[in-house]
Ligand binder design. Sequence first.
Ligand code: NAD
Length: 447
Amino acid sequence: MADNPKQSVAVVGLGYVGLCSAVVFADRGFRVKGLEIDRKRVRMINRGSTPIHEPGLKGMLKTALRSGRLSLTSSYEDALRDSNMVFITVGTPSGPNGAIDLRYVRDAASSIGKSLRTLDYRLVVVKSTVLPGSTDGLVKTILEKESRKEEGTGFGLAANPEFLREGSAIWDSKHQSTVLIGSSDPTSIRALKGFYRNLNLGRSRYLVTSATNAEFIKYAVNAYRAVTLTFLNTIANICSRTPGGDIDSVARGLVDIAKLDRRYAKAGIGFGGSCLPKDTRALAARATELGENAGLLEAALRINDTQPEKTLEMAKNLGVSIKGKKVTLLGLTFKANSDDLRESRAMLIARKLIKEGAVVTVYDPQGMDKAAEILGSRVRYGTSAKASLKGAECCIIGTDWDEFRRLTPKDYVSLMATPVIVDGRRLYRPSTFAKGGVQYARIGSAD
Ligand SMILES: NC(=O)c1ccc[n+]([C@@H]2O[C@H](COP(=O)([O-])OP(=O)(O)OC[C@H]3O[C@@H](n4cnc5c(N)ncnc54)[C@H](O)[C@@H]3O)[C@@H](O)[C@H]2O)c1
């Protein structure tokens, strides 16, 4: 795609959202300056190696660097000099009591503000997930103070919450069905719409509202998904104890009749990752702070925290006493096609198995290095799914990787000491596994 020198943007914070957005922007012909404070991360990215695993990211990163359309800098002045738009994509983790920690957004806004002192009009876009009121409140206040300019004339400001999903972040960034823009400033709205139009996302719709309501939409969507998934898992747990009950059949009904989003109609050990638990917690904390009842959100989070334990219960029901048993845990990341362990339900299973005295072997196609930093010598590490099953007395499936889906009953029978499988992700057909001589149980079905 041809370069468009008028369209230069800066991206501040090169994590899952920032790096994937930056390479997609570069792929679509924009000149992109990426700014990241983690030096190790900068060195890796500059070498063309990715600090995170996302399908398609590595190839696109190399192309973006080679073409010169993506370059990294550690200087805000340098990042903003040639860019008419700057996206803030820094992390917004949970702080004490689950409330949002905005320190990285504050730092980024402050540095951007200082750079704006000597520059003419730039549009600042908050893509990080921040609580309603943050863009028009905290971010605007910092930018105005540091730049000594006024929003609207000195610089533009908009919220533009991100909806990409890890594991399909590149695809999602290229195919956004709805672009959410939060601003009351017509110039900022026009500029952001123009940017996304040039990004050529196909049939994107633009949902334009105030910054506060755009921020609300992001939280409401994530909290809705968290509550819905917990609802589905609650029904799945009842199905598990009901002869003939099967959550997939029930979920089909929920999709058709209650219009449940098909992508979120998958029962299992619960939701993890960097968004759903953190954002639901932050919204609950804000509700409490405002004197409102956060009971529904808190219940979803509480149930989600105990859902992984179902796998140990099921193993015990199949006669595996856990203590002293060789248990293999297949999958550690919070979902397939990602290396992200943040709030992973599978990692909760690993911890619970260790606590109950199992001899644990873990394996994950992408999450091993990060897992080793957390679990250390308390577990053994397999080199492949098959290798990690050798001699095991029980296998628990914690992540829905295709490598695990491809395993057959024969693999389990030939490799394990006793072929007992507890499937927290519903990867297999029970009839095939029952015939194959395996003891098999999965969340959401009684048989
Ligand atoms: N990960 C997702 O799937 C996802 C999806 C939608 C929205 N979000 C939201 O997007 C934001 C970013 O999430 P993420 O998962 O990419 O986070 P991340 O932790 O993977 O990346 C954040 C990056 O920002 C860098 N950083 C922090 N402060 C900086 C500063 N002052 N200047 C430059 N770089 C700085 C960090 O070093 C890190 O590399 C969060 O608010 C998150 O809630 C995430």
